[in-house]
Design a protein around this ligand. Structure first.
Ligand SMILES: NC(=O)c1ccc[n+]([C@@H]2O[C@H](COP(=O)([O-])OP(=O)(O)OC[C@H]3O[C@@H](n4cnc5c(N)ncnc54)[C@H](OP(=O)(O)O)[C@@H]3O)[C@@H](O)[C@H]2O)c1
Length: 375
């Protein structure tokens, strides 16, 4: 039976991936047990109580403990690294651990990583803007990693350093590896702990607090995908690896070609602000006595948005909220038969759901855990 190790099961994405794997009725998955790396014993207990024999929990100190990660990963066939994508040494250690299984008679090892589209973003407020373009994971293939590698040499960015490091190390060692490069993720997750996204909750929080929306420029975009559709990609990847005689080797992209996009729709940051305002004005949350009576979207400085929404990180804020980063997800659809179900209608409805969640005090959003900032 295949041995699968998962990180991030306490997070938004990883928790949803785990629950979708456990819910899968596919014969190749339905009897599998998943091993989970967990930092906190109380969370481990909750996971074991909820999922019973479908999970084992393993205590670890985190993505910084590279010796432990290498030793542990060497016992597995598939690592699903869906925790913070911002810690290069930890993610690369998984690949190095998996590499120990090559040429030992074990099945070809796979690393399934998560990363984000801001790795491709320009920084149009502090650097010369780049021409707007859309990256295509089928036709651009290895050029995507080359481009990221060149950007990262000029200016390291932890999430990008991690993605480039994982895929390059995989190519060098012979480990199979895909990084699912994700845009803005929205919708309620299905994990046991953090079930909320970042982008819409953060913008909704700002809009309701201030009474107006914001923009850093006119052009900043985010593509989007619903968290359950994103989780489906991981389920389909695991199924492809387990169900094909070639274990996906040579069929799925890997290593230097291993970036798989997951975008479903596209919007502008100022449009997200507009939709938050529309929802808040329509349900009477806005205006208040002390806020503008008409819907307004103000041009605001980068430092303010970095401080309020991005843990003070101006580089991440500029890429995320000011940059252009359009991606076209062809490979997941073609190779995995991925059919994302939550489209424009779900995206629109999410603004209402997020407003209700915020007004019911169910949204305590911060960026720290996502970017792996110290606890
Ligand atoms: N959310 C989005 O909109 C979005 C968009 C694009 C890309 N992504 C990518 O997806 C990744 C996960 O995002 P998310 O929304 O699921 O974040 P999240 O809900 O904040 O979860 C983060 C997960 O990472 C774990 N973690 C954080 N620091 C760690 C460390 N030092 N060592 C070990 N584990 C650590 C946390 O474990 P503990 O419970 O032990 O702290 C938690 O399981 C991001 O880092 C990013 O690369 C996310």
């Amino acid at each position: 039976m295949s041995r699968i190790l998962i990180t991030g099961a306490t997070g938004y994405v990883g928790g949803t991936v785990l629950s979708q794997l456990i819910a899968s009725t596919a014969p190749s998955i339905k009897d599998l047990t998943f091993d989970l790396l967990i930092r906190d014993e109380a969370q481990a207990v909750k996971l074991r109580n909820a999922y019973g024999s479908r999970v084992n929990t393993i205590r670890w100190s985190g993505l910084e403990d590279t010796a432990f990660i290498e030793d542990t990963a060497s016992n597995y066939d598939i690592v699903i690294n869906t925790g913070s994508g911002f810690i290069p040494e930890g993610a690369i250690a998984f690949v190095n651990g998996l590499a120990r299984g090559i040429n030992t008679g074990k099945p070809a090892p796979w690393m399934l990583h998560i990363s984000g589209c801001t790795n491709l973003s320009d920084r149009p407020l502090t650097q010369p803007p780049r021409p707007i373009r859309e990256w295509n994971d089928e036709t651009d293939r290895g050029r995507i990693l080359d481009f990221m590698g060149a950007l990262d040499e000029m200016e390291p960015y932890a999430q990008r350093t991690t993605e480039v490091g994982v895929l390059n190390t995989a190519a060098e060692t012979g480990v199979q590896a895909i990084s699912v490069n994700t845009p803005c993720i929205f919708g309620e997750g299905t994990g046991l702990f953090n079930r909320q996204g970042l982008v819409i909750p953060l913008i909704m929080m700002y809009v309701v607090q201030h009474g107006y929306g914001w923009k850093l420029n006119e052009t900043a975009n985010f593509d989007w995908v619903h968290v359950i559709d994103l989780a489906d990609i991981y389920v389909l990847l695991v199924r492809t690896i387990l169900e094909r005689d070639d274990r996906g080797v040579g069929y799925l992209p890997s290593g230097r070609n291993g970036i798989m996009f997951s975008a479903v729709g596209r919007t502008l940051i100022k449009e997200i602000n507009q939709s938050c305002l529309d929802a808040a004005f329509a349900d009477g949350t806005l205006p208040r006595d002390d806020t503008p009576k008409e819907k307004e979207i103000r041009l605001v400085p980068l430092y303010e948005i970095a401080d309020k929404l991005t843990a003070g990180r101006r580089d991440i804020a500029e890429r995320g909220w000011g940059g252009h980063k359009a991606t076209k997800a062809v490979q997941a659809r073609k190779l995995l038969g991925w059919e994302p179900k939550r489209q424009q209608n779900a995206w629109k409805k999410d603004f209402w759901a997020e407003l209700v969640a915020l007004t019911e005090n169910r949204r305590m959003v911060t960026m720290e855990s996502c970017i792996g900032a110290k606890k």
